[in-house]
Design a protein. Structure first.
Lengths: 393, 128
């Protein structure tokens, strides 16, 4: 038995800031701290840093700098994309197409647009792996459709959606296409022309930048009503004095992620497969959720029959492992995860979910430790459970 | 979030199991989060001679059923009848408001088991 230590396996929730990112940010707190809009020479360093950060992000996305907006987070980016396009397009139409597995930043915003602002939202169903069929999206398009929003990769089950195929259909009908790429950023190809997207949201703290900074890519020519108005920053699309150190940090973190991408993706995928195979081999009545192949390189998500997610998490915590679950008890929500419900999992099975998401510092030893402790945790909880006993008898 | 007592009862829950031919049986599911408890009691001389349970739920739910079972085992039936969710939560060192439904589940499932017993043994039901 390995000695107890802390193993962080919740990188989909957040990541630590890379020390190289911290180093890049520091001068802009106390040395080059000027407002980038100020006219004097002292502001030049901050202004240059902002311009270079924007150019760096644009380059990774294959976009133009004027198409990159810095925001405070992925949620703000998604809100701006949805509300911005919906309100700018309201005279042309009021129909939005999305999926039932979106993050709440998209889902709850769509619900509000429907409830309070007279929009009509179609949720195109997903299959048992969480995949949406591009043709189903195509069939849902109406003359009133003003926006399509489909996430690039799902945060709970890791499934990667066919974004380029959907983009092709959206483009043929001239409908703006938004993707919440918050979980994809740092792992998957973000080149917007290959993805055929018009709006793309990123969140810094998922790829080793700090919490509190995000990106919204907006293709030139996309109708967008600004939500935050004021001094005209971010091409008049998102007012507010630019958070230079955090923007610098985000650009640095994105650059670091895409520099060594191929080898890191290979490494993470191998660890992920070791984890998935090990868990499915050692624990009976355990099921992988999400697509087995088209899934994020670092994401291993399961449901275990007869046990509840939060109790698994707390036992893992006591064993030194930080992980996540979609259970109601963890999120404080009522009912199991909307994502697990959308892929057709029965309610009690959906309650037994566990998500393990690997990161830069995780090793094969970390994976092996989880494989050592998790089976016993699940077995003990099943001994207490009335539901597992019912299945066994 | 959780007290040491709660973590102890969650990690080493007491009285887990079933009783064949129980004198009282209570099964309850929480509408809030889907947690489920099954409680079995054996009654002798007006006391809970034995109590066992099974719980599907979060740490607070498991700990609530464990500590509730300890609080009533060997006690007169009236003690079990008077047990409330607040008693259970207090015994656990307090519960966050969002988790009070777990202690409520334990107390209510126990009351259901008692009620089951009284239905089978109406003469044992207290008057008034």
């Amino acid at each position: 038995m390995q000695k107890a230590r802390f193993i962080y396996l919740d990188h989909a929730a957040t990541t630590a800031v890379d020390p190289r990112v911290v180093e890049a940010m520091l001068p802009y707190f106390t040395e080059a701290y000027s407002n980038p809009s100020s006219p004097y020479r002292f502001a030049e360093r901050a202004r240059t840093a902002l311009r270079e950060a924007r150019a760096k992000v644009a380059e990774i996305l294959g976009a133009k700098p004027l198409e990159i907006i810095f925001t405070s987070c992925g949620t703000e980016s998604d809100n701006l994309a949805l509300r911005g396009v919906a309100f700018a397009s309201r005279k042309r139409g009021n129909h939005i197409i999305t999926t039932p597995i979106e993050h709440h930043a998209v889902g709850h915003t769509c619900e509000q647009l429907e409830r309070e602002f007279g929009f009509r939202v179609t949720y195109v169903p997903v299959d048992r792996w969480g995949l949406v069929d591009p043709d189903d999206i195509g069939r849902a398009i109406s003359p009133q459709t003003v926006l399509i929003s489909v996430m690039y990769a799902n945060n709970e089950i890791g499934t990667i959606e066919p974004i380029a195929e959907i983009g092709k259909i959206a483009r043929a009908k001239g409908i703006p296409f938004h993707t919440d790429a918050v979980q994809a950023g740092g792992s998957l190809n973000l080149r917007v022309d290959e993805l055929k997207v018009d709006l793309l949201a990123l969140s810094g703290h998922k790829f080793y930048a700090p919490k509190g900074v995000g990106v919204l890519y907006v293709r030139e020519g996309t109708p967008l009503l600004p939500m935050q108005t004021g001094g005209g920053q971010e091409h008049h699309l998102r007012a507010g004095t630019e958070n230079v150190p955090y923007i610098v940090g985000l650009a640095k973190a994105l650059e670091l992620a895409y520099e060594g991408l191929e080898s890191e993706v290979t490494r993470l995928t191998a660890l992920r497969e070791r984890l998935i195979r090990g868990i499915l081999e050692r624990i009976p009545d355990a099921y992988l959720t999400g697509h087995p192949v088209h899934r994020l390189p670092n994401s291993a998500s399961f449901v275990f029959a007869g046990v509840e997610g939060e109790s698994i998490l707390l036992q893992l915590d006591l064993a030194g492992v930080a992980a996540s679950s979609g259970s109601a008890c963890t999120s404080g929500a009522e009912g199991p995860s909307h994502v697990l419900t959308a892929i057709g999992l029965e309610a009690n099975l959906a309650r037994g979910s566990l998500r393990l998401t690997l990161g830069r510092e995780n090793t094969a030893d970390d994976v092996d430790y989880v494989l050592e402790v998790l089976p016993g945790i699940v077995r003990k909880l099943r001994e207490i459970s009335p539901i597992y006993a019912a299945r066994a008898s | 979030m959780y007290s040491e007592i709660l973590i102890e009862h969650f990690s080493n829950p007491r009285n887990v199991g079933v009783i064949e031919n129980p004198d009282g049986y209570g099964k309850l599911s929480s509408p809030v989060c889907g947690d489920l408890m099954e409680i079995y009691i054996k009654v002798e001389d007006g006391r809970i001679a034995d109590i066992k349970y099974r719980t599907f739920g979060c740490a607070a739910a498991i700990a609530s059923s464990s500590i509730a079972s300890e609080m009533v085992k060997g006690q007169p039936l009236e003690v079990a009848a008077k047990l409330t969710d607040e008693d259970v939560a207090a015994a656990l060192g307090g519960l966050p408001e969002a988790k009070m439904h777990c202690s409520n589940l334990a107390a209510s499932a126990l009351h259901l088991a008692l009620e089951d017993y009284y239905q089978k043994h109406p003469e044992a039901r207290p008057k008034g």
